[in-house]
Ligand binder design. Sequence first.
Ligand code: 2NL
Length: 348
Amino acid sequence: MIDQLGDLLGQLNALRARAIAELEPITTSSELDEWDTRYLGRNRGELKALSSVMPKLSKEERPVVGQKINAVKAALERELAAKREALHQRELTQALEQERIDVTLPGRALPEGHMHPISRIIQDVTKIFVEMGFHAVQGLEVETDYYNFQALNIPADHPARDMQDTFWVNPGQILLRTHTSPMQVRTMKQMRPPVRVVVPGKVYRNEAVDATHEAMFHQIEGLLVDEFCTMADLKGCLERFAQELFGEGRRVRFRGSYFPFTEPSAEVDIDCPLCNGEGCRICKYTGWLEILGSGMVHPKLLREVGYDPTKYRGFAFGMGVERIAMLKYGIGEIRLFSGNDLRFLRQF
Ligand code: 2NL
């Protein structure tokens, strides 16, 4: 009996030693599960198989063997738990190593687009006048003969109405606006002074297209009407504009000119911002650049919109946006702006 007991305890010790030895080289959780079933499995586990002798043992032997079985079981379960934890830690370390992110790498640059240079100029110019108290308004691109010509003191025989320069929708009645002025006329008819508006937008002329002329281009016109408004106000306003857009210290020069809708009228030059007035290719070695036309609103126009010309005065100005852009960026070909060639547009 004693021999049988000793043999049984020896088998249990051997089982424990073998199980622990087999546990050692295991590297995956599926192997570990197999090991669990083989030794600790409830149905066909080896420990279970040895326990099956229990009923054949004597009363004295049973607790000794029972305790031993429990001790071996507890030892194997401890080893199993420790191994599981070790495997888990290894897998975690491996995952962290593989999925490691180098937070010091530079970010991947997003391709960045930008506004069209003409839109940029329109925005910059509009903002400068908005900051001086002007409202930006948009007009119609299809206008009537009255608003585009008649109300602006451009009579039927005036050269500006030449059939060659105007795109007519209904000849003599409906046209594509040749300047943004019709919207200033509409604004004046809609409200009483003081009026301060800037009107940016597309205009159309049936031009012979070349490096400086296109059939569609952009204008920005400005209009101010108030009591006690003088040409000095016009000059101060435009000087401020020139310095904001072309740089601090820019000088402004007025040259007498003629427009049907202003009297007196003046062309406005700035000292060339590319050579600081020294003379260069852009200013054709004169040191000066013409940037816009301007003048005091003709009394006939004020009367036309219902304002009393003895009480109110106005000044107005107009500039070609493409021309401003060409001067500002030193570009000699107007057609580049409408060409939609990204190799050109990306340079701004
Ligand atoms: C130029 C010159 C100018 C105006 C536009 C204007 C409009 C009204 C009344 C009086 Cl409603 N004047 N506009 C005045 C002077 C010059 O434009 O060279 N533009 C590109």
